[in-house]
Structure formats: C-alpha cells, structure tokens
Write a protein that binds this ligand. Structure first.
Ligand code: PLP
Length: 435
C-alpha cells in the first residue's frame, strides 16, 4: 500500500470559486465581514508572509493522515510507511532544487531555522558577507561570526562589484556569502548566479535565501551554482511547520549537531570516566534530532510536485501579467510611491511595497481590510535597514517586524490569486486615496 498523490481523493469539482488562479488554494471562497456592513470574499494578498495551502497539498496530507506514524523509530507498518514517505519527500525536494548527488537536504522548521542551522555549523573563523538589504532571518544569524554588512547596492551590477571588492580584500580562511533570491520588500530579483560566481572566484561559499524566490521561480542549486538553499514550506503553499536547508554536506557533517538528541546519534555509550560518548549520524539526520515533522516534509514535497507539474513557465508568465497590471494601476493613483532598489525595469516576483502620501501605512492597510476584505501587510517587513534605505529615513523605534509611523504597505500574491483580487485591490486603493 502506498499513499501517493494519485491515491488522494482529488476532484476537479472541488476547485475554488475563482476562474483565473493557476492552482487552486484553500480559502479561495472564504467570506469575511466588512466594517461597512455585509461580507465579501476574502482577497488574500499577503502571500509573501504566508501563502494559503495548495488544495493539492491539503488533499495529499488528508490522504496520508490516517497512515501517520513515527519516523525512523518504529517497527510497525505505519512507522515504516511514514519513514518511507519522509525520505521520499527528501528526494522530491532534492529533485525540485536540482541538488547535486552529494548534497544533503535537511528538514528544518523554516528559513530562519535553516539559516541559523548553517550559522551554527560554520567552521571556526568563517567570515560572513551579507547585504544590509536582507530579511532579518538572513541578516542576524551570523552575529557570532566576523560579519561584513555590505551597503544596499543601487543596481544588481553594483551588488556584484561590491561583493567582489569585499571578498578580494578578505584575508585567507573560510568565507560565506548570504544573499536573497527575491526581496521580501520590493520583490526584485538579485543576481544570484553572478554573486555565486564572484563568491567562488574568491574561494567563498554562498547560501541562497530562497524564501521568496522558490514560490515564484524554479530554483536550481547546480545551475545557479550556490552552495546552499534555504526556504520555508509556509511560503511555498505548504503551511505545516517545515522548512529546508539543502546543499553541501561537508560543513554539515563536520559540525556538532544543531540539536543534540535521538535520531541525530548513531551510538551512545558510557565512558570509563562516567561520561557519555556519542557517535553522531553523518546523514541529514545529524541535524534533525527529535521526531521529524513528517507532515510538514510531506506537505513541502506535495507542493514541489504540484508546482513542477503546473510548470513554472506558465506560472511566471501569468505572474508577470499580474505584476504589470498592478504596477500600471498603482502608477495612475496620485500620491503612491512604489519602493524599489533596482528601478522600474528590474525583474521581480509578485511582491510590491508602497507608501501613500498623507496616509499612515497601518491605517491604510486596516482600511483595505475593514472596508474591502483585502489582506495585505504593513510595517517594516523584518527588513528594517532596507526600509530605512528605501524610505530615506532615520531610526523611528519600530517594534520587531511591527509597524510604526516609518513603514510601508506590502501587497503580494501567487498561484492562487485570481485577477479579480488585483482589480479589487486597485479599486480599493483608488477609492481610499480619493476619499
Ligand atoms: N527570508 C525572506 C526573504 C523572507 O521573506 C522571510 C520571511 O518573510 C524569511 C527569510 C524568514 O522566513 P520564515 O519566517 O519562514 O523563517
């Protein structure tokens, strides 16, 4: 018996009410109350924070749920089945990311967890290079290391030149570059291949924060020639508490386990002096101590399969059409400033931040919700240094990831977004600005 995607009780008739979304997601027909009276279909335009689950992911999980069992620690049939599914999920993710034969795929809790894991396994004296424009998850884990924070570059070309120069001046020894694939604030793509080439020219390694890239573009670890990739399931339509760190095995194998405990250890014995001797695993299990999140891993694998089958070419083509529609619509509204580091022509994914003259961003976002049933995000998006660069502002005492008078509004979308949500958003923005 196996619990395959095909065995799941999939039914095209259960597809969501919208007609233009590429892949059906849960919640597409949820209605929410309006402060102005009545209710309306919810327009989820905050995919960059957490995307809704793909219906396909939900169905695969539902099909597996009755067979749920412990992973790597049970002789029973369901334990064996769950162990197989967990390891098959690892293989699916490796294929999705185009991993090299020697790469390891470690299941973590999230991108934040993945990057903290990598920070914990860096060889002693590793120097880290990171742009100030990163999400805090990619900016902060390296604080225990000698870290160079590079200034926000005005263009992708400058980014490569600045990194090249910094690495050229770096002393000998291990070096790591951490860079995002797509900004969680502007949606702009970073020149990952070129940055990887610059890193490798100088003997540095590079980790790609693909939290915002993987849901929108194919990420091929070998083609991009990056050493590691990190992403989160909940941004990839698989909100079940798992993430991924995939890439080079050597530093992962050489380091102490991220967490000490069962599963990470191969053999534990008492020493003559009364202590405890441990032989750690050398596989990905070394950094997956404790009972693994098989549901989370299986959900990520289901999302990888669904996105691959849908075809990124088609997804990207449609997303670009919606981005153009959104940007053209916002350009017609007086007082709107779209935030951008690399300029209007920069390639980007479906993530866009803006400010509205005369409006406090949190009030604007609240009005979109209360009066139009539209869910967006406001604040500094856990990228405080970048927001200060984009807004040209000084410190304003914001709460972590929270909002302040120095903040912006972010609208983001993906494969489950119908055209109508973008149009409703633009109509709401026009109405609020006029009002
Ligand atoms: N990196 C980027 C670019 C992000 O946008 C985010 C979350 O918004 C993260 C990392 C952290 O992801 P998580 O909260 O899933 O750990």
């Amino acid at each position: 018996m196996s619990v395959s995607a095909d065995a799941a009780c999939r039914n095209a008739d259960t597809a969501a009410a919208d007609t233009t979304a590429v892949l059906p997601v849960l919640g597409a027909d949820v209605r929410v109350p309006l402060a102005t009276g009545g209710e309306i279909e919810y327009a989820a335009l905050d995919y960059a924070a957490s995307a809704p689950a793909l219906r396909r992911v939900w169905e695969d999980i539902a099909a597996y749920a009755p067979y749920y069992g412990s992973v790597h620690r049970g002789a029973g049939y369901l334990s064996q089945l769950s162990t197989d599914l967990f390891e098959e999920s690892r293989a699916t993710v490796a294929e999705f990311l185009g991993c090299r034969p020697d790469d390891q795929v470690v299941f973590t809790r999230s991108t934040t967890d993945s990057l903290n894991l990598l920070a914990a396994v860096l060889p002693a004296d590793t120097r880290v290079y990171v742009f100030e424009t990163e999400h805090h998850a990619a900016l902060l884990p390296w604080r225990g290391h000698d870290t160079t924070y590079l200034d926000a570059p005005p263009t992708p070309r400058h980014a490569v030149a600045v990194l090249d120069e910094a690495l050229h001046a770096a002393p000998k020894g291990p070096k790591l570059v951490c860079v995002t694939g797509a900004s969680n604030v502007t949606g702009e793509l970073w020149p990952v291949e070129e940055l990887a080439a610059a890193a490798h020219r100088h003997g540095a390694r590079i980790v790609l924060d693909a939290a915002q890239l993987a849901p929108h573009r194919p990420v091929d670890i070998a083609e991009l020639d990056v050493d590691w990739v990190a992403f989160s399931g909940h941004k990839l339509y698989a909100p079940f508490g798992a993430g991924v760190l995939a890439g080079r095995a050597d530093w992962l194998r050489a380091a102490e386990p991220y967490l000490a405990g069962g599963g990470a250890s191969r053999k534990v014995s008492r020493r003559p002096d009364g202590g405890v001797e441990v032989e750690w695993q050398t596989s990905a299990a070394r950094h997956e101590a404790g009972s693994p999140n098989v549901i989370g891993a299986y959900a990520i694998a289901a999302a990888c399969r669904a996105l691959t089958e849908a075809g990124f070419e088609r997804l990207v083509e449609r997303e670009q059409r919606l981005i153009a529609r959104l940007r053209a619509g916002l350009a017609e509204v007086p007082g709107i400033r779209v935030l951008s580091l690399f300029g209007d022509d920069a390639p980007r994914v479906g993530v866009l931040s803006f400010v509205v003259a005369g409006w406090n961003s949190s009030q604007f976002a609240a009005a979109l919700s209360a009066e139009h049933g539209i869910g967006v995000r406001d604040g500094l998006f856990c990228a405080h240094p970048l927001l200060r660069v984009l807004l040209g502002a000084e410190e304003d005492g914001p709460g972590e990831c929270g909002s302040s008078s120095l903040d912006a509004i972010r609208v983001s979308f993906g494969v489950g977004t119908p055209d109508e949500h973008i149009d409703r958003f633009l109509g709401a923005v026009r109405q609020l600005v006029r009002g």
